[in-house]
Design a protein around this ligand. Structure first.
Ligand SMILES: [Fe+2]
Ligand SMILES: [Fe+2]
Length: 189
């Protein structure tokens, strides 16, 4: 698939700062894909789509979510979590993406989940540590992301959960499932 039509759709849908973020996530995802033996084409596509629904209105996101066969628990959680699943719906509908791995990388890029594929992990990690991100601890995450993909994913999901706890907001169960996978399975990290 040509990337130009995706980029022009993104430029229409997103603010310029969000669009720039998406391009940085795509670049980093491609680099990580090469490093970890994942399709660079799939990584770039998934990363380009990951925030396609990010600038939609809360009401519209809710409507799309309720119409779709997505996780029904999401509506009870913060609307920040809705743009992943809705982004997967839009990638499928508007661009005919049928690769479930790409769609899942978009769908789960905010929450994570248990048993993520390498592509899903790459987009999750790249979204958090792309060069434009600035938050306390980001450099440590970047360092830890130079090792194995599971070490990187564990560091990133732990950071996300700690951050959400510090903000006293509800945490979607998939994020705990993702974290617990690293606690329960020996020898991954
Ligand atoms: Fe996002
Ligand atoms: Fe993002």
């Amino acid at each position: 698939m040509e990337l130009a039509p995706i980029k022009s759709e993104l430029a229409k849908r997103l603010t310029s700062s969000r669009y720039e973020h998406v391009l940085r996530v795509a670049q980093l995802s491609k680099e990580m894909a090469k490093q970890h033996g994942v399709s660079e084409i799939a990584a770039e596509q998934a990363a380009l789509f990951h925030d396609i629904a990010k600038c939609m209105k809360k009401e519209e996101l809710l409507q799309r979510l309720q119409e779709a066969d997505e996780d029904k628990r999401l509506v009870d959680f913060h609307h920040e979590l809705w743009h992943g699943p809705v982004g997967a719906i839009i990638a499928q509908e508007t661009f005919g993406i049928i690769d479930e791995d790409i769609l899942n990388a978009v769908r789960f890029h905010t929450t994570g989940r248990a048993n993520m594929s390498r592509l899903e992990k790459i987009v999750f990690i790249a979204d958090l540590i792309e060069p434009g991100r600035q938050f306390p601890g980001v450099n440590e995450l970047r360092e830890r992301s130079k090792g194995s993909i599971d070490e990187a994913m564990y560091a990133c999901i732990s950071h996300s959960i700690e951050y959400l706890v510090s903000k006293r907001v509800a945490i979607f169960p998939d994020s705990f499932d993702c974290y617990n996978e690293y606690m329960l399975k020996e020898g991954i990290i």
